[in-house]
Design a protein around this ligand. Structure first.
Ligand SMILES: [Zn+2]
Length: 273
């Protein structure tokens, strides 16, 4: 008999799921060892000898799927990997936290911040982590939100449950980092263009490509304060395609070390809440 089927006749306790009601025959000892919640619940009412004859049933509000996954973290079977269904992961995490199932909380916390989920739904992960006060996960997720315009991100159900404090912290991170990154967009003295430098009278603001790049980069960093887009070849090359100076492409290439330094300084700005 597979242990995952939860119909072991030696089980001494039944957890009954909702929607639909399904019985999971479980072992008190394993539940007690994994969860202070169950430990306390199971140690409270000592069944009388008469009651011992039947296995006690506790009804829970979780679905069979959620309960099954949660119990797999408790039993000596491989931990379930929920890597392509964030909704399910959230339900199981919620149950794990509700019942204080320590091995499940640990396993699910690390799955929550898998690369896949962070890339796909960073704002949602941030909201979930904030809701459950998972500080490390919230920090990691906040970093991944930098590449998206959070005010444009789709509304997620999880936002209902996070505090204004947590949301404000995220907006403040974006705002502060955007301002700081924009402040770093300053030209180094040695960056020149042989053709268009000095066309602004005695005072040169820099080559045309730079003026165009600075304007567009400031705008882009204002909504996505990360270097991913602005230092991409596509974004950079627009700056000499649009300004119409023959020598600007050469100037830009010769300024590569300046651009790399600029990118590094922006990357070094605080990136988490
Ligand atoms: Zn030029």
């Amino acid at each position: 008999m597979a242990i995952e089927s939860f119909d072991d006749p030696t089980a001494d306790f039944i957890l009954r799921s909702s929607l639909p009601a399904t019985d999971f025959h479980v072992h008190r000892l394993l539940l007690s060892l994994s969860s202070p919640f169950f430990d306390q619940m199971l140690s409270l009412p000592q069944p009388s000898p008469k009651e011992l004859a039947r296995v006690p049933i506790v009804e829970v509000s979780e679905t069979p799927q959620t309960l099954q996954l949660l119990l797999q973290f408790i039993y000596p079977v491989p931990n379930p990997i929920i890597d392509d269904d964030l909704d399910t992961l959230i339900l199981v995490l919620h149950a794990a936290i509700k019942y204080d199932v320590l091995p499940a909380i640990d396993g699910l916390r690390s799955q929550l911040v898998s690369e896949h989920y962070l890339k796909q739904s960073p704002t949602r992960i941030y909201a979930i982590a904030s809701r459950y006060e998972l500080e490390e996960e919230a920090k990691l997720a906040s970093k991944h939100t930098l590449g998206i315009n959070i005010l444009d991100a789709p509304l997620s159900e999880e936002l209902r449950y996070i505090s204004a404090f947590s949301y404000h912290r995220l907006l403040a991170l974006h705002h502060t980092r955007a301002k700081a990154a924009q402040g770093l967009l300053r030209l180094r003295d040695d960056v020149k263009c042989m053709e268009c430098d000095g066309t602004y009278g005695a005072f040169s603001e820099g080559p045309k490509w730079w003026l165009d790049f600075r304007r567009r980069a400031a705008e882009e960093l204002g909504v996505r304060p990360t270097t991913e887009v602005v230092f991409g070849m596509e974004f950079l090359s627009q700056s000499f395609q649009q300004v119409g100076c023959r020598k600007c492409p050469l100037s830009l290439l010769q300024s590569w070390s300046f651009l790399e330094e600029l990118k590094r300084r922006i990357d070094e700005l605080p990136a988490t809440v």
